[in-house]
Design a protein around this ligand. Sequence first.
Ligand SMILES: Nc1ncnc2c1ncn2[C@@H]1O[C@H](COP(=O)(O)OP(=O)(O)OP(=O)(O)O)[C@@H](O)[C@H]1O
Ligand SMILES: [Mg+2]
Length: 1107
Amino acid sequence: MAKMEVKTSLLDNMIGVGDMVLLEPLNEDSFINNLKKRFDHSEVYTYIGSVVISINPYRSLPIYTPEKVEEYRNRNFYELSPHIFALSDEAYRSLRDQDKDQCILITGESGAGKTEASKLVMSYVAAVCGKGAEVNQVKEQLLQSNPVLEAFGNAKTVRNDNSSRFGKYMDIEFDFKGDPLGGVISNYLLEKSRVVKQPRGERNFHIFYQILSGASEDFLCKLKLERDFCRYNYLGLDSAKVNGVDDAANFRTVRNAMQIVGFMDHETQSIFEVVAAVLKLGNIEFKPESRVNGLDESKIKDKNELKEICELTGIDQSVLERAFSFRTVEAKQEKVSTTLNVAQAYYARDALAKNLYSRLFSWLVARINESIKAQSKVRKKVMGVLDIYGFEIFEDNSFEQFIINYCNEKLQQIFIELTLKEEQEEYIREGIEWTHIEYFNNAIICDLIENNQTGILAMLDEECLRPGTVTDDTFLEKLNQVCATHQHFESRMSKCSRFLNDTSLPHSCFRIQHYAGKVMYQVEGFVDKNNDLLYRDLSQAMWKASHSLIKALFPEGNPAKINLKRPPTAGSQFKASVATLMKNLQTKNPNYIRCIKPNDKKAAHVFNDALVCHQIRYLGLLENVRVRRAGYAFRQAYEPCLERYKMLCKQTWPHWRGPARAGVEVLFNELEIPEEEFSFGRSKIFIRNPRTLFKLEDLRKQRLEDLATLIEKIYRGWKCRTRFLLMKKSQIVIASWYRRYAQQKKYQKIKSSAIIVQSYIRGWKARKLLRELKHQKRCNEAATIIAAYWHGTQARRELKRLKEEARRKHAVAVIWAYWLGLKVRREYRKFFRANAGRKIYEFTLQRLMQKYFLEMKNKVPSLSPIDKNWPARPYLFLDSTHKELKRIFHLWRCKKYRDQFTDQQKLIYEEKLEASELFKDKKALYPASVGQPFQGAYLEISKNPKYKKLKDAVDEKIIIAEVVNKINRANGKATSRILLLTKNNVLLADQKSGNIKSEVPLGDVTKVSMSSQNDGFFAVHLKEGSGAAGKGDFLLSSDHLIEMATKLYRTTLSQTKQKLNIEISDEFLVQFRQDKVCVKFIQGSQKNGNIPTCKRKNNRLLEVAVP
Ligand SMILES: Nc1ncnc2c1ncn2[C@@H]1O[C@H](COP(=O)(O)OP(=O)(O)OP(=O)(O)O)[C@@H](O)[C@H]1O
Ligand SMILES: [Mg+2]
């Protein structure tokens, strides 16, 4: 979205007034208060028309960011709050768009922020002008020339930690598009006396300290320097360190900047060698030595330093030494050599140091110019930035201050001229009548200094050139004579001086009433400094150096180019260069930045009213405002004026279709502004009184509020309506969604109902169909059945018929047979006796019987009693006979089989038979026992010596001897026992020892109980009251139960003639001592294989699980 263009104005959100022209009432107090108010709100810039007043904030403000640059870019001067960027932008744009060369004049006293301002202007212009690799390099070089020049040309003074000790004017050159092409720097009079001496609390030029702090040990060694400020006489010791300044870091910055600007490595090296040589020169000391001719001569105290300097600079030591001791004066063809005394030697040394350094500085500027000069020859547009040392008043003011202040005086002059000129020109341009304005013109002071005949500089030159003894005092005398009557010159000794009794003015001084205040100058040194004398011997010695830079710095040392003419004095040189500068400036469109220092302490937030007041006065700022306001306080082009106030009139609001001027006329008429209050220029409206403007502003403010309310109203209406429409739309959407949802639900319900109904109908139809199909099937089945029945009936009928037929046929055959028989018998009766039939019958029968028996004889089966075969019966009538015969045969073969038996076998089979009678089909264990022969003595007691005692105890025949398990009645566990059955007793003996545990006569055994299942458990019940019955019945288990029970039965029977009761039941009671315990047999798991397990369940139940 395109950014909405919002027209703002300087008048918006103003703190105090942004433009002093609008100050009401206008006086010194209100002026200062306005500045102060703005300063307190960090508004350090204020306008007087197009002049920017800048108050040094002494702290970094966030108003120089790239965003701010963008904010001020391409905006009208009065559109935003006052800023140095606005001025820079205005200057740059009129340079680029209107092809007007510009100059930016930055004035103010030392420490007011001129250098900073110049850098801000340059950085702004660099930021807004064209881009591209080449252009960027140019910009970078232009910007980086500052740190280099500051290092060599700035120093800490009592007023400013980074005071410019030279004047600088830089022309930045642009092409027709406004892209920077290069630049030219002019430097003005470096304060070179600082090299050898600094006032208290001040420092030498920064570069000396930077080298000593920042250079590497290696580099220092090369330069033959030591990292100790105290070692060097030229470095003022009391303030070698400046708070907040990192010399070492600055050194790196400077070297980097030098590299960017384009210094070659060897050049940098040479520069630092010269600096080192200057520093070391200060350490050369002289001592007096009397000569024979009575003249004083000086000698170098310690030649070591001199030697090092010579090594550094490549000068022959003897040449330099001689130059410090002698002075050659050449006049016409004569050469006279005089010795130098100690003072003269020191003077020569310092002169050399100063010259070396100031020439190095000028060389640096020239070298930078070489780097930054525009390459192309196209026509250039120029923007000059002038940052010259500020007006200075020290305790001791000397020639330098005089020169500096003269320069400022000239600048003030040009300011006055140009401002007034510009104002006047504007009035003429706009066709408005010009009214004369009273103001202080400092031309008179300039004249005092620079007048070619009576000016101070002219007189100084005159003194310097005059033959005879010339001293500073003779110069002062001259001044006293010539300038005595000048209003701005004050001296104690001048003719009819008004200051004869002014003790504040010493005899050796003169005072000038500068535009910025009175300054008292010490005449001492004026002549020398103006002469700026360097003994020719020294310059020649320098020229002889093998160090190319030093050689180049002293071209006059070349004997071939010897020039006996005096070089121009420092004063006249400066005057000339200032004059050139002024000329230059006058050809350009001026832009002013007037810097003000808020306090003397370099402190932030401190606003010293008196100090500011003083500066305002000498800068003539109030006059500036008055001049600006003399005719009309405020002017503005018609378009922005109409744009700003059009809302105050119905015809112009919201759009004025006609020309802007007509619009403004309508507007002013409508507002009934008195006619004398404004004037219509060609392109601007001029407002006489700021009050009128403020009235307009108030009206505008009120109207804006109304408009804001209106906008708010419309906006609110719009907002509500949009909201309503949105809600309506939303409601429709929601409703449609809800309807859709409801319909979907309904549809789903209908669908499911339809499915149900459908399923019912389908079910009903299916059932109907099923019924029909079933009916059909039944019909088919019925038909089949009926058919079957019918066919059956038919078949049976047919069968019956066939049977009937057969019977009939048979009957016919029988009848026929009978009939034939009868016929035969009737026929043959006459041939047979009466009983012949009987006889034939019996004969036939006998014959058949005979045949049967004969056949049977051959078919008789084997003689084995178990052979079940028997031939089939041949005749029905022999059925009973056949069966009887089978029985007889079986009995017979059994008898035959039995007859083979021995007595022993007989006994065995008897026993087996007995067992069969007792157990067959009663106990499941029985069938398995049939095949096992009964052995009786499973345990051979007689053979085992272990049982000898047992054997001895039983003298009767042993019927059974085997190991059985006696079941413990308490827990159902089994213990092995030997069971012996003799003819009379049953014995139980310990298996291991053979000791008899119990002996029961057979008569006492009443019953044996066992289960019907496949287990070997059995209980031997004893007669109650018998001897053995005390402990109760025995519950035993045997592997040969069937044999045991059978033998017990048979033995009991044969001994007692009583049948032993054998009870087969799955539940029986056993007497254990007094209690009866039920032994119950159940079907158990096969967990323990095929072994039945016995478990005591409770007092009365012993459970045997049979697998
Ligand atoms: N706009 C500014 N913002 C922040 N600090 C500033 C600004 N202007 C000046 N200063 C501070 O004030 C000091 C002095 O400023 P500057 O060196 O520009 O003074 P000057 O007018 O050039 O003085 P001189 O005439 O001695 O060279 C700076 O070193 C800086 O600390
Ligand atoms: Mg400066």
